[in-house]
Design a protein around this ligand. Structure first.
Ligand SMILES: Cc1ncc(COP(=O)(O)O)c(C=O)c1O
Length: 474
């Protein structure tokens, strides 16, 4: 029984109207609140049981427009400053629709989608200067990319038996800074290394990994009979956007024979901007790089990437297929399948939205949008610095301002909860959506600018709202 529409013309009319709704939603993204809580009535309606009789597309679209679309995270709005969320583009909508129309399974075989992914991977290997043996894979996000990097590093350290015998009782240890992302801890956990085996190295006053402490920790581990196997440096830490000293860490990894991984979730794409590119010096020395296209490339969720300097390590860690999947002739052809390079067999056509975005806008415009976000962060920080109520908590290394309201009308021991409440208030009022983090144990307002739609006016609205909140504190 075909599930296609009975009347294609009717369907196309509805579909075109739906596309108009979606495009207008993005066109008017600056209007209305950044975020609004989902009312209880909507929650109840969404918790419906599955219908046995279909309701028809008209009813589904109506429900979507009223129950789902108004309650988005808000990251397409120019005053969304929370976490590290990309803003999307209208072209992303078309690319997602195009990928759905093709409905390609990108685990492997011989078809155009595989070639598009290979092209996209080559673009980024070249951008980061990874050399002729490089390769990679699109994954759901940097958490998954970091997991795959740790797996490759572990397998290289253990050798051929890594996949058959596991860690075999070897005491492998890796290193990241205390500012390294929490997904690295999870990677160590799920790979059976244990989170204690990921050493958290202290940082300096700019939140960069202390490389002397790193070397000392490696030596201590070695002397104790443990096996240091990787360093996960960060290009753009999640709290403050700090870049570890990649060339120095690369040199340490080379002299102690460790895998040099860089978590560049958003910061790696600074390489697209001529003015920011110097920050990424040393990225070309990495054994692997994890980063996201759904952050600073504005590709719709999800699109992350793991790149590796020598793709043989990726094949060694993830290659191997059962008989029914072996490379054959015609459609079953193709030399290297994405399934040989990662954990997933069935995979969507993530590469298409990256391909659309980069081809439509070009690396230069994407880099300029990144540079503008960083300019706005410095501009905001300079203004905040002259404001008695606002205290900057970290240097602005990239696109993140970490600050704290310190109203003199409150006791300093009330400032933590005051700042947490201030962020919740801004979100709930719909004016802006920063998030929180802790710097030196203190709750901060974290303003992360990842949106190509954000302007100076938006930053001023946020600054006024913060000043107003602090002035009214009692
Ligand atoms: C430095 C860093 N690493 C890893 C991640 C996790 O990335 P994802 O959310 O794409 O899995 C993030 C997320 O913000 C991040 O900033």
């Amino acid at each position: 029984m075909s599930l296609d529409p009975k009347d294609w013309q009717d369907f196309k009319t509805l579909a075109h109207a739906h596309l108009d709704t979606l495009l207008s939603h993005v066109e008017n993204s600056a209007q209305g609140p950044v975020w609004r809580p989902v009312p209880d009535s909507v929650k109840t309606q969404l918790a419906e049981p599955p219908p046995l009789d279909g309701q028809g597309l008209n009813a589904v679209l109506d429900d979507f427009n009223h129950l789902v679309l108004p309650y988005a995270t808000g990251n397409i709005h120019p005053r969304f400053f929370g976490w590290v969320h990309g803003a999307g583009t209208p072209t992303g909508i078309l690319a997602e629709a195009a990928a759905a129309a093709m409905n390609s399974n990108c685990g492997g075989r011989d078809h155009g989608a595989i070639l598009v992914e290979r092209t996209v991977i080559n673009w980024f290997c070249d951008l980061f200067g990874l050399g002729p043996k490089a390769g990679g894979l699109l994954v759901s996000g940097t958490s998954m990319a970091n997991l795959q990097a740790v797996a490759m590093a572990r397998n290289k350290a253990i050798g051929a038996t890594a996949r058959t015998c596991g860690n075999a009782g070897l005491k492998l240890v890796g290193y990241t800074s205390i500012e390294g992302h929490s997904c690295l801890t999870k990677a160590f956990e799920v790979l059976g290394l244990g989170s204690d085996s990921l050493r958290r190295i202290p940082v300096d006053s700019s939140f960069r990994m202390n490389t002397e402490a790193l070397e000392a920790a490696m030596l201590e581990d070695r002397n104790a009979g443990r096996i240091p196997f990787m360093v996960a440096a960060t290009a753009g830490t999640v709290n403050s956007g700090a870049f570890d000293d990649l060339p120095v860490i690369a040199a340490l990894c080379r002299s102690y024979d460790l895998w040099f991984h860089v978590d560049g979730a958003f910061g790696a794409l600074s390489a697209l901007s001529p003015s920011l590119r110097p920050l990424t010096a040393g990225l070309d020395l990495a054994d692997s790089i994890a980063f996201d296209m759904h952050k600073w490339l504005h590709v719709p969720y999800e699109a992350g990437c793991i790149l590796v300097r020598d793709q043989t390590h990726q094949i060694a860690a993830f290659g191997g297929r059962p008989d029914y999947l072996l490379t054959g002739q015609a459609l079953a052809g193709g030399d290297l399948w994405p399934a040989d390079l990662g954990l997933e067999l069935s995979r969507g056509f993530r590469a298409l939205k990256v391909w659309f975005t980069v081809k439509e806008l070009g690396f230069d415009a994407l880099g300029a949008a990144i540079a503008e976000n960083c300019r706005l962060a410095c501009w905001f920080a300079a203004k905040a610095e002259t404001n008695q109520m606002i205290h900057l908590m970290a240097p602005v290394s990239l696109n993140i301002v970490c600050c704290r309201l310190q109203p003199p009308t409150l006791n300093p021991d009330q400032w933590d909860s005051f700042n947490a409440d201030a962020v919740a208030h801004l979100q709930t009022s719909g004016v802006a959506a920063p998030s929180t983090c802790r710097i030196g144990g203190k709750v901060c307002i974290r303003i992360c600018i990842v949106n190509h739609r954000t302007t100076e006016q938006d930053m001023d609205i946020l600054l006024d709202a913060l000043t107003d909140l602090a002035a009214r504190a009692k």
